[in-house]
Design a protein around this ligand. Sequence first.
Ligand code: FMN
Length: 391
Amino acid sequence: MQRVPDWHRKAYNIASMRRIAQDRLPRPVFDFADGAAEDEWTLRRNESAFERWALLPRPLQGPATRDLSVTLFGKTLSMPLMIGPTGLAGLFWPDGELCSARAAAAAGTAYCLSHGSVCTIEQLAALNTHPRWMQVFVYRDRGLTREFTDRAAASGYDALVLTVDNQLLGNRERDVRNGFGIPPRFTLAQLLAMGTRLPWLWRMRTALPRLTMGSYQREGSREELTALAGRMAGLLDPGLNWDDVRELRERWHGPLLLKGVLHPQEARQAAALGVDGLIVSNHGGRQLDGALSSIEALPAVIEAARTLRPDMTVMIDGGIRRGADLVKALALGANAGLIGRPQLWGLAVAGEPGVRRVLELLRAEIDRTMGLLGVSKVSELGPDLLARLEH
Ligand SMILES: Cc1cc2nc3c(=O)[nH]c(=O)nc-3n(C[C@H](O)[C@H](O)[C@H](O)COP(=O)(O)O)c2cc1C
């Protein structure tokens, strides 16, 4: 049994968890998660755009207790926040995906597995945590998309997320600068400079050589991650279109979400095709630099989708670092939010307890924000609690 460090207890907010992770991870690994495309404008904007809305507290409404729960597709979550799909979570901690899924379940919320997880679709399912969602892509070989979808159905996943904004790979310049490869290799100078990173290296000593995207492996022939990652651009089909969504809609009988929707026109079309949910997202700024921030895109997407389908579930990710960020999104009409990087920072710091800590910190902030706003239930959050700032 590996001793789990308790550095995560020192994290008093998400920014401090990020700093602790930065001290613990080799630079190329930290940057792989922390970085984004090109000038990282969209990454910064995702975070800073929440400042365009201010909160309007109503202290005289003081609710004694708050109920943070929400229901998504018939399943109740203890709070309006879940863990979004991040590839190679197992690079940050051995069995990273399993740790995050357990932490989500312990917090009473949902976990979405990435197509690029180190564990397989089936290994995650064997934990029997719920709700568990599965994220897929559309490949040139549509058979592969169908295979992942069918495996998710056979393994009892509760929802399917089709990510639409990653069909051409973004240009992540920190990875270029660091010469980041998968699995990462370090020069002697980098190894000598590692200092506080040595525990990570030690912890990962057996996981690193075996690191791969589990669900892509075939019985009896194991493909090296370097080769698979190199092939990824060729596997994905930039020709993705609405016929693919239509086909997936017919194949997958549970809730289907599109992730990476920013344009109201796409929201409208998704609603017309019977998609159940949208995740307003720009992939954490990792794809199209210059894309609109998620929170700024949210109101128009909600309006477009719900004009056609008033019950459309609209979620958001990108830049949620405070409970108040999420509360603003909920007040604008989102049903719930997802986190990407904060989960990886928690994982890097302490594995499952680190992710639990991230969720606890955000839960406490959401609760406090709702209390100070004079709101006892998520459904009471509305635009009347926000002031839009022009500058
Ligand atoms: C290291 C990393 C890997 C990611 N891998 C995936 C992925 O495999 N599939 C996917 O749909 N999104 C992926 N994302 C995007 C996240 O799901 C999410 O959209 C984004 O991280 C949200 O922004 P945040 O990190 O500011 O919370 C990844 C993000 C990061 C940081």
